[in-house]
Design a protein around this ligand. Structure first.
Ligand code: ATP
Length: 464
């Protein structure tokens, strides 16, 4: 077991049972995982009762558990398994990596008789980033810019730590609904069901078909051999656009519905303000917004090699965070004058030879329906419980294939591949097309959200 020290935000602790040499390592391995009994977890969740139900994903249900006589709150993810091999991936990865901005594994239970896998992870009391970004309730103000930038940096830090670990991990399912908010208001990366550990040239990784979620899936990742950490960078770019714009990865309220097709041309034209979530009036400086959207656009470049790696993304976001916190008085004055003019940017601003044009808020294509105009940074996130958020809002949510078909794109990681690369590739493309058509025609429902589709127009969506 090699245990990498975990100093600073970017370190991930690795507990690698294959390489650990107790004589070589002076540092203590992370606390061992607990092995729970099924009955213990059934009791802790009141028999997996509706009262303890937290949410439903494409692979199972999640329940709140009270353990150790009330001393430990945890979330129990219950999944039906067909075979033991399905169990290994998520438990293996989560037992080997830990990070302050990840939802870490506490323990697990594999019940062969019931064909059930139960993962016991840290309980996150403040819902998902998706809930917070897409809330349309006047009682839940939209996330402030400070929080958006903070969460982007936290998740970038976690992803960078995974990629740069001694045995690298590629998450493969970075999206806002897989980011949970903890009790201190920090964003944590969750759901390692599709993650892969090892070097990209490992045989096992090379034999694993592509997988991910519609809208966030890297278009250049169509065969197992295409897998690189840059696929996570692509998904992070989509997430960054979502954080800045408050729109979903695929959102039929916009034209084009695909965030890449919608945002990248705006970035190229320098119309950065048009990408910003129009519900937030107190915007940071133009330079901050420009850096964010230019970085997002670089992350979603179609050629994977041209995308930045996560260390560069982290550095950029650290700079952005510093810039957004600087000279608050001047920023506030400038924003006030911008707000009163009704324009995102009141003047043509030349920065690093990039012209920022005047963009009127509320242009037909970009406008979003919202009555929320205020933002209060002092309202703690925990003041609004995730359950309340879900009840109050009809949350607009980008449809993933998982949300519609009960499964994410691609087979589960440990599926045996018998030269089915082509089949998988076709399947991904077909699923994408089907997802978009279905999204246009039906009102979708998921436990915590009502489908995004309000119009019945058929769209032809470029598959990026
Ligand atoms: N650690 C946790 N603490 C609190 N709530 C959680 C936790 N993990 C998951 N949940 C809740 O359960 C829901 C389902 O989570 P899950 O990870 O199974 O699926 P998902 O990520 O939403 O969807 P998919 O499986 O398609 O990716 C989440 O949206 C969240 O509301």
């Amino acid at each position: 077991m090699g245990y990498l020290s975990c100093n600073g935000e970017s370190a991930v602790s690795i507990c690698d049972p294959y390489n650990y040499n107790p004589r070589r390592s002076k540092k203590r391995p992370p606390s061992t995982l607990r092995r729970f009994k099924y009955d213990e977890l059934a009791a802790a969740t009141n028999g997996f009762s509706a009262g303890n139900f937290l949410g439903k994903g494409s692979h199972g249900r999640v329940y709140k558990a009270v353990l150790d006589g009330g001393k430990l709150l945890a979330a129990v993810k219950r999944t039906t398994i067909a075979s033991v091999s399905q169990v290994d991936n998520e438990i293996e990865i989560l037992s080997r990596v830990r990070h302050r901005y990840m939802v870490n594994l506490i323990g697990y239970c594999v019940d062969q008789r019931r064909k059930t896998k139960l993962l016991v992870v840290e309980y996150m009391p403040n819902g998902t980033l998706h809930d917070h970004l897409h809330s349309r309730s006047s009682l839940a103000p939209p996330l402030s810019w400070n929080r958006r930038i903070k969460h982007a940096l936290q998740i970038a830090t976690a992803v960078h730590a995974l990629h740069s670990a001694e045995t690298p991990v590629i998450h493969r399912d970075i999206k806002s609904s897989n980011i949970l908010i903890d009790g201190e208001g920090n964003a944590r990366l969750a759901d390692f069901g599709l993650a892969l550990i090892g070097n990209v040239d490992d045989e096992r990784l090379k034999a694993t078909p592509p997988a991910g979620t519609m809208g966030y899936l890297d278009p250049s990742y169509l065969a197992p051999a295409d897998l690189t950490a840059k696929s996570d960078v692509f998904s992070f770019g989509i997430l960054l656009f979502e954080i800045v714009s408050g729109r979903d990865a695929i959102d039929l309220n916009y034209s084009p519905p695909c965030v890449v097709d919608w945002a990248v041309p705006l970035v190229k034209r320098g119309e950065y303000g048009a990408i910003c979530d129009s519900r937030i009036r107190n915007r940071p400086s133009c330079a901050v917004i420009r850096r964010l959207v230019v970085m997002a656009a670089r992350c979603v470049r179609s050629t994977a090699e041209k995308r930045p790696d996560m260390s560069e993304v982290v550095e950029c976001l650290k700079t952005v965070r510093k810039m957004s916190q600087e000279s608050p008085v001047w920023n506030r004055l400038r924003r006030r004058s911008q707000d009163s003019s009704g324009n995102v940017f009141v003047s043509e601003e030349k920065e690093e030879n990039i012209n920022v044009r005047m963009v009127r808020e509320g242009s037909k294509k970009m406008s979003k329906v919202s009555s929320v105009t205020t933002e209060d940074d002092t309202v703690p996130e925990k003041a609004i419980s995730p359950a309340t958020l879900r009840r109050r809002n009809r949350v607009l949510r980008s449809r993933s294939v998982g949300a519609m078909g009960g499964a994410r794109v691609g087979p589960i990681p440990n599926d045996v591949v018998e030269d089915n690369t082509v089949v998988t590739t076709i399947r991904v493309l077909v699923e994408r097309e089907r997802a978009v058509k279905a999204a246009a025609m039906m009102k979708l429902s998921k436990s915590r959200s009502v489908g995004i589709v309000r119009s019945h127009k058929t769209v032809s969506l470029k598959l990026y």
